[in-house]
Ligand binder design. Structure first.
Ligand SMILES: Nc1nc(=O)c2c([nH]1)NC[C@@H]1CN(c3ccc(C(=O)N[C@@H](CCC(=O)O)C(=O)O)cc3)CN21
Ligand SMILES: CC(C)C(=O)C(=O)O
Ligand SMILES: [Mg+2]
Length: 229
């Protein structure tokens, strides 16, 4: 299994990192035998596996259930789990209870969407020995505020905000950052200016890694055809 330090070293050496999402035992078994570096057991499972309209319906119990079954097959892969919508806004004690459950289910790291209002929480997590993956650009848990799954950071002010968010996440101790649906020139700029790796989804080809929802990668989802798939 790759460690947090190996992901960061891979970035320094310019090696690419591949990741996919995974929510169940049989696909975890196949991925475990592949060269994929890490697995994201994430809240898109609410949509892909449970049929909800958005990721807002993901819950800690749901995430733990998926982490648990994935871990049983993917014994040699680094597993990152999403913090469900608002879980970190219900008090730090609640968040730590939830993170504890995710790690005990088998996650090696957690991923938290957004930066505004979250930096202290992220610091507290990283200082407690929990690897945190940041997630900026399109943050699907904020779909009701954003209004659509649209490319983020197109104008200069917004792209500067996203660039600064990446720097803040790095300072807060994140080991990795997901860049979702941003222009490739911005993703490149962020990727070369950070010492931690970036992983892109709809962010062009110049991030250090790529992530896709497994079902999109395999073409199972006929109604879902964004350009990046
Ligand atoms: N199956 C699945 N795959 C995903 O990648 C995914 C989910 N579900 N659920 C949560 C979010 C939603 N995501 C989405 C959803 C739609 C677009 C989309 O329609 N993008 C278009 C337009 C972008 C634009 O130009 O503004 C594209 O062509 O990329 C992108 C990401 C990514 N996430
Ligand atoms: C960034 C992606 C992999 C994600 O968070 C999700 O699919 O839930
Ligand atoms: Mg997610």
């Amino acid at each position: 299994m790759k460690s947090v330090n190996e992901f960061i070293k891979a970035k320094v050496k310019g090696e690419k990192i591949s990741t996919v999402t995974c929510y169940d035992f049989w696909s975890a078994k196949i991925i475990n035998e592949s060269d994929v570096d890490a697995i994201l057991v994430v809240d898109s499972s609410a949509m892909v596996m449970h049929g909800f309209e958005t990721t807002i319906n993901a819950k800690v119990v749901m995430m733990c259930y998926h982490v648990d079954v994935v871990k049983r097959a993917a014994t040699s892969k680094f597993i990152i789990a999403d913090i469900p919508f608002l879980e970190h806004k219900k008090g730090i004690e609640n968040l730590f209870q939830s993170v504890d459950k995710l790690l005990k289910a088998g996650a090696n790291a957690i991923k938290l969407e957004g930066v505004d209002g979250n930096l202290d929480i992220i610091k507290e997590l990283t200082q407690s020995g929990i690897p945190v993956m940041g997630h900026i650009g399109l943050t699907p848990q904020s779909i009701n505020k954003i209004g659509g799954y649209i490319i983020q950071g197109k104008d200069d002010n917004f792209s500067e905000k996203i660039f600064n968010e990446a720097l803040k996440l790095q300072s807060a101790g994140c080991f990795y950052i997901v860049l979702e649906l941003i222009p490739s020139h911005l993703a490149k700029e962020i990727s070369i200016n950070l010492s931690i790796p970036t992983i892109g989804i709809g962010a062009g080809l110049e991030t250090y890694g790529q992530v896709l929802v497994l079902h999109d990668l395999l073409g199972f989802n006929k109604d879902f055809n964004p350009k990046f798939v």
